[in-house]
Design a protein around this ligand. Structure first.
Ligand code: CMC
Length: 386
């Protein structure tokens, strides 16, 4: 392989040092800043988790309050964003619009941003966490042909997003505490996952000195793919196609057939060779949330059967393929009335907290270099142009 170590897909290459998130893929352990994901899911809130990811430690009550107030204060976006979103076709994919509108934020804030100033870097990170839900609401409303709506800054982070998204023309939206809690929990589970493809993309772009808005816009496009965050959308489409528990067996057969081009979406993970701890939390909450909301979804039966069938199948056992975070998340999003094409936007909303934390960490890393992998050249030797 010549002069360089060949490592396609970076399966054995650490690209940075990081103190944010720890994964033990063999044991199925996930820690944010040292705290187990199961404990955060049970006891914390997304805003507290976001603060902790960004700042390194959990906030005290006053810090949390101040952070919530800052997120509310920064939630608004310029009218130019509405013009941009309005210029997209109504059926354009929401992830395309999200990437474009985050890039547009750089047009407004980048020129005045001094990357050498710690407070300005922090502010940019907080702005992104505050504005991505607002952008997501505007994108949803555009897709549905609804008029743009402003965020209600008197509400908490998740309630603000829900109200802005679903409020009717006469200003009505009844907040359901079960919906708020479920969404908050999903955002916690999505908040960070160390050097996944989108976070690595944010860091790669950030390593060039590009501004944080540009870096996060790139992260959004990396998240879009079905092998990464786009899997939550792909899972729901797959479950709909399978349609009934009777067809589960043939779906498993097809997923094992390498010539079919079909993989079991929501299964397998580069790092976890055991249960994805996020999938355990989501699996348990799915029934509970559907019960609380009085929703019966036949797709839940299909998913449960599919999970059972795969977990007992030699092919999946031998390859240590377990359900990942995306396997059940779509069923919950659907129960929360979030349309399928918005699922990956919901993932991006939670993951923004992780992306900006990695960007911040990278900016003060004394060992940080521009990301510049090498290659193993397989082309022609030198030849004459005649
Ligand atoms: N269905 C069927 N076979 C699979 C699957 C699957 N979902 N995932 C992996 N395999 C097989 C694969 O064919 C290979 O078999 P063999 O050793 O015989 O060639 C083996 O398992 C190892 O797979 P790989 O593709 O080399 O593993 P990877 O680490 O490169 O890929 C993955 C990880 C997540 C991209 C992959 O498991 C996959 O495509 N899963 C489905 C998509 C998905 O659910 N993605 C969400 C990931 S979690 C959330 C996130 O990161 O956003």
């Amino acid at each position: 392989t010549g002069l360089f170590t060949y490592d396609s897909g970076y399966t054995a290459t650490a690209s940075c040092k990081s103190a944010i998130t720890y994964i033990d893929g063999d044991k199925g352990v996930l820690l944010y800043r040292g705290y187990p994901i199961e404990q955060l899911a049970e006891k914390s809130s997304f805003v507290e988790v976001a603060y902790m990811l960004v700042n390194g430690e959990r906030p005290d009550a006053a810090q949390l309050k101040a952070f919530e107030a800052e997120l509310a204060e920064e939630a608004g976006v310029d009218a130019s964003i509405n013009t941009l979103i309005g210029s997209f076709a109504r059926d354009a994919h929401p992830m395309a619009i999200l990437a474009a509108s985050i890039a547009q934020l750089s047009a407004k804030y980048h020129d005045s941003l001094d990357l050498a100033d710690a407070e300005q870097r922090r502010k940019a990170a907080v702005r992104l966490i505050a504005k991505v839900p607002t952008l997501s609401s505007l994108i949803y409303r555009h897709g549905k042909g609804l008029p743009a709506n402003a965020p209600d800054t008197s509400l908490d982070y998740v309630s603000r997003f829900l109200k802005q998204t679903f409020e009717s023309a006469d200003g009505k939206y009844e907040l359901n505490p079960h919906v708020v809690k479920a969404l908050d929990l999903l955002f916690i589970l999505h908040a960070d996952h160390e050097q996944n493809a989108s976070t690595s993309t944010v860091r790669l772009v950030g390593s060039t000195g590009a501004n944080p808005y540009a870096s996060v816009a790139a992260g959004v496009t990396a998240l879009w793919g079905p092998a990464h965050g786009g899997a939550n959308e792909a899972v729901l489409k797959m479950l709909e196609e399978i349609g009934s528990a009777d067809n589960v067996e043939s779906a498993v057969l097809k997923a094992k057939d390498k010539t079919s081009g079909f993989r079991l979406m929501g299964f397998g993970h580069r790092v976890y060779k055991n249960f994805d701890p996020r999938a355990k939390v989501i699996g348990e909450m799915t029934r509970q949330v559907l019960g609380q909301l009085g929703v019966t979804d036949p797709l839940l039966d299909v998913a449960i059967k599919l999970e059972q069938a795969a977990l007992q199948d030699d092919y999946f056992v031998a390859r240590k393929l377990y359900p990942n975070v995306d396997f059940y998340s779509g069923i919950i999003y659907k129960a929360l009335q979030i349309p399928t094409e918005m699922f990956t936007v919901m993932f991006a909303l939670g993951r923004t907290a992780g992306w900006v934390s990695h960007w911040l960490e990278q900016q003060v890393d004394p060992e940080m270099k521009i990301g510049r992998p090498r290659q193993v050249y397989t082309g022609h030797a030198v030849r004459d142009y005649t």
